[in-house]
Design a protein around this ligand. Structure first.
Ligand code: IMP
Ligand code: MG
Length: 174
C-alpha cells in the first residue's frame, strides 16, 4: 500500500462520544415511534454501538445508495440500490450515516424518504466535514467535526478496506 493510516480518533474517544449521542437521542425520542435507517455500509459499526446505548423501543432498517457525484443522471445525485423495508408513514425517522462530506448523498436520501410521509426526519452522523459542503446540510446529531482529511475505520473505507478498524484514522500518502 502506498499510504499509512494515522490515528485521529481513538477507540475510547469514539465509545465515549457515541454513548453521549445515544443518550441525547434517547431523551429527544422518548415516547416517539423511532425508526433508525442506516446507510450501508459505512454506518454499520456506528449504528450498532450507538443503538446498543439507546434504551427504548426502536426499529432498525437499512438503505443502500450509490453516489452519482458529478454524474449526469437526471433522477438525482444518488441511485437507490436498496430501499427501506418498513412503512415509514407517520414514523419518526432518524437516518444514521458515517460522514457528511459534500452533503449531496443526504440531500437526496432525505428528499426520497420525505416522500414516504414520515412524522419527522432527522440525521445522525458520526463524522462531519463541514468545510467540504456543496449543499446546505446540517445533521441534528453529530459525533465529531473533522478537518478536510480522508478518513477510514469504524465503518469507513478506502477501496472497501479498513472498515474493521476500531478507531478513525486519516489516510496519509507515503
Ligand atoms: P457526500 O455525499 O459527499 O456527503 O458523501 C458522503 C459519503 O461519502 C459517505 O457516506 C462516505 O461513504 C463517503 N465519504 C466521504 N468522505 C469520506 C472519508 O473521508 N472517508 C471515507 N468515506 C468518505
Ligand atoms: Mg457512506
Amino acid at each position: 500500500m502506498d499510504y499509512v493510516i494515522e490515528k485521529m480518533i481513538s477507540e475510547e474517544a469514539l465509545q465515549t462520544r457515541v454513548r453521549e449521542v445515544a443518550k441525547e437521542i434517547e431523551k429527544d425520542y422518548a415516547g416517539k415511534n423511532l425508526i433508525c435507517v442506516g446507510l450501508l455500509k459505512g454506518s454499520i459499526m456506528f449504528m450498532a454501538d450507538l443503538l446498543k446505548n439507546v434504551d427504548m423501543d426502536l426499529a432498525m432498517d437499512f438503505m443502500k445508495v450509490s453516489s452519482y457525484h458529478g454524474g449526469t443522471d437526471s433522477t438525482g445525485v444518488v441511485k437507490i440500490l436498496k430501499d427501506v423495508d418498513a412503512d415509514l408513514t407517520g414514523k419518526d425517522v432518524l437516518i444514521i450515516e458515517d460522514i457528511i462530506d459534500t452533503g449531496l448523498t443526504l440531500e437526496s436520501v432525505k428528499k426520497f424518504l420525505l416522500t414516504k410521509q414520515p412524522n419527522s426526519l432527522k440525521v445522525c452522523s458520526l463524522l462531519d466535514k463541514p468545510s467540504r459542503r456543496k449543499v446546505e446540510m446540517v445533521g441534528e446529531y453529530i459525533g465529531f467535526e473533522i478537518p478536510d482529511e480522508f478518513v477510514v475505520g469504524y465503518g469507513l473505507d478506502y477501496d472497501e478496506l479498513h472498515r474493521n478498524l476500531p478507531y478513525i484514522g486519516k489516510v496519509v500518502k507515503k
